[in-house]
Design a protein around this ligand. Sequence first.
Ligand SMILES: Nc1nc2c(ncn2[C@@H]2O[C@H](COP(=O)(O)OP(=O)(O)OP(=O)(O)O)[C@@H](O)[C@H]2O)c(=O)[nH]1
Length: 295
Amino acid sequence: MANENTKMNIHWFPGHMAKARREISEKIKVVDIVIELVDARAPYSSKNPMINEIIKNKPRFIILTKKDMADDQYTKQWVQYYEQCGYQAMSVNLKNFNEYQKIIEKCRYVLKDKMEKEKARGLKPRAMRAMVLGIPNVGKSTFINRLANRKATVTGNKPGVTKAQQIIRVAKDFELFDTPGVLWPKLDDAHVAQNIALLGSIKQSILPLDDLFIAAMRYLSLHYPQLLKDRYQLEIDLENENWIVDAFDHIAKVRKIKPLKGETDYDRVMEVFFSEINDGSIGKITWEDLSCVNV
Ligand SMILES: Nc1nc2c(ncn2[C@@H]2O[C@H](COP(=O)(O)OP(=O)(O)OP(=O)(O)O)[C@@H](O)[C@H]2O)c(=O)[nH]1
């Protein structure tokens, strides 16, 4: 995920949020369906907290990306949950996904009534129009590029849309904004900030790294002890008050990290650990279950 690191520099200030919101609110007027991307490894934390207010009551299709890096069991539960909430939902690995027709078909299904009503009112038949939204790093560009498949024709600016935005036609009856709406995560919530730092959607270093390390280790020891055992031959006993120091020392030993001035090189241990979390080499991990939606 080396190229992800270059993308983690977004700092959201109130001005940025207001601008993003304004831009999306403007575009949304000419959109029939919103395709919202969230990261399957933390579907709640990778959602924008104000999405409902921003997109109002537009039909929504929620796509959980990076399912190849998430826990399949949790992913299934999250997809079911969104379906129960009345949305279309699907999990994908965008690196190996070629069923974009399926996505277009689902959009057609959702918009069938609307399009038929327009036809019955004598309006000229037109293509459905979609817009992709999501917080940084969830796969928006990958999704748009693949869906557009480069062959897409640029249909140009439409009335009511600012100049820089282009709408591309990706099927006879399906159009898409060529740039995604970038939304902010709920960074004032410590649980969310930690999760999205672990996903690589914000710079890990904007949080106290040792807190992030402790939270991640605690979570893994409770939910994925086998992954820690397989990757680092590490078994954590949270009852032991020294568990975190032991974990640092153990990983340093297993990864042959040289001591610094006679002490475990804690920074290097964290660097190794976070990079293995980011590139998925520790295993398929989901950082939150459905219990967080009631928070
Ligand atoms: N393993 C895996 N990687 C993915 C998937 N989808 C996207 N990626 C990777 O995630 C990184 C971010 O993807 P982008 O498409 O640039 O994400 P974005 O949402 O446009 O990011 P911003 O431009 O920061 O808003 C890239 O390295 C992609 O290759 C997926 O389903 N699985």
